[in-house]
Design a protein around this ligand. Sequence first.
Ligand SMILES: NC(=O)c1ccc[n+]([C@@H]2O[C@H](COP(=O)([O-])OP(=O)(O)OC[C@H]3O[C@@H](n4cnc5c(N)ncnc54)[C@H](OP(=O)(O)O)[C@@H]3O)[C@@H](O)[C@H]2O)c1
Length: 332
Amino acid sequence: MSKKNNYVADSNRYEKMNYRRTGNSGLLLPELSLGLWHNFGDVDNFKNSRNLLKCAFDNGITHFDLANNYGPPPGSAEKNFGKILKKDFKNYRDELIISSKAGYGMWPGPYGDWGSKKFLVASLDQSLQRMGLDYVDVFYHHRPDYDTPLEETMGTLDLMVRQGKALYVGLSNYQPERAEKAFQILKDLGTPCLIHQPRYSLFDRWIEDGLLDLLGKEQVGAICFSPLAQGMLTNKYIKGLPKDSRAVKESPFLNSTKVLEMLPKIKALNEIAESRNQNLAQMAISWMLKDNRITSVLIGASKISQILDSVKAIENTVFSEEELEQINAVLK
Ligand SMILES: NC(=O)c1ccc[n+]([C@@H]2O[C@H](COP(=O)([O-])OP(=O)(O)OC[C@H]3O[C@@H](n4cnc5c(N)ncnc54)[C@H](OP(=O)(O)O)[C@@H]3O)[C@@H](O)[C@H]2O)c1
């Protein structure tokens, strides 16, 4: 017997979120977007994944970010997302911005990695199939490939748009110099780059060294990932290491040694956050949103309580000079 789809999105969802224009484009993105890098793989609880997406959408988060390799195993986040779309979001496809990417190793051999046309075309076709979609809203080249001519990689992004398999294209993890060349090629092809996706947080400010200025000048959007430094920029580790946290679970990307090393800074930042009547996660997100060149802050979440907590960041994105100085002093 087939189960009825009972999900009806909160009718107030668009009042709960602010939307920003993505560079010089027609596309508005929510100030917070949700990424599916963790917590959506076959190793994760499907019901929880489903609840995370519903909670996000109920709070006006219209953008879900994926990549070919999210899981584990790689591909399973897209497959599970496809199932949830079918079950719960069938009526909402036109209210969603769904992105995917390719650029990291996905299958064996010389055609399953980097930035060739051969790899990217096959990868997007596979992603569409896994998600059960005709097109993605944004397709990214996931990381620069210095051995493939930029013209080939950008030409492939342009092709995807012309084929109707992607509405917009973006770059991720590109340094400013290569990004600038890529923007020019895309512009010449008639498919301007919509958005750049770099890592950015209070703990990792490399984009302040040229990339943000370039994005502002070129009017390309910015969606910044790991704004909470994978959970370190929250108050969760202050009283110990929770068993169900990313640092304690087996993650190749975050471990308890790293958390303990950062703990003095985390505690000091938490005090500043409390003086602003925020918690650390909220302050870390609102600190990014104070810059209007940032289109969206791309969070992750393992629990719906974290989404509900993090969305409150949009309520206070103004910082006094004194607060900024205090923050900078901690980070020195
Ligand atoms: N383009 C790229 O190369 C690239 C690379 C990485 C990520 N991304 C994108 O960025 C997205 C976000 O990355 P991320 O997961 O590293 O982001 P993040 O927001 O820095 O970290 C998310 C993790 O922090 C913890 N957390 C979140 N909100 C919390 C709260 N309010 N209080 C306490 N803990 C909280 C949860 O971890 P626990 O498990 O500890 O609960 C959550 O899974 C990814 O899903 C992906 O879409 C892109």
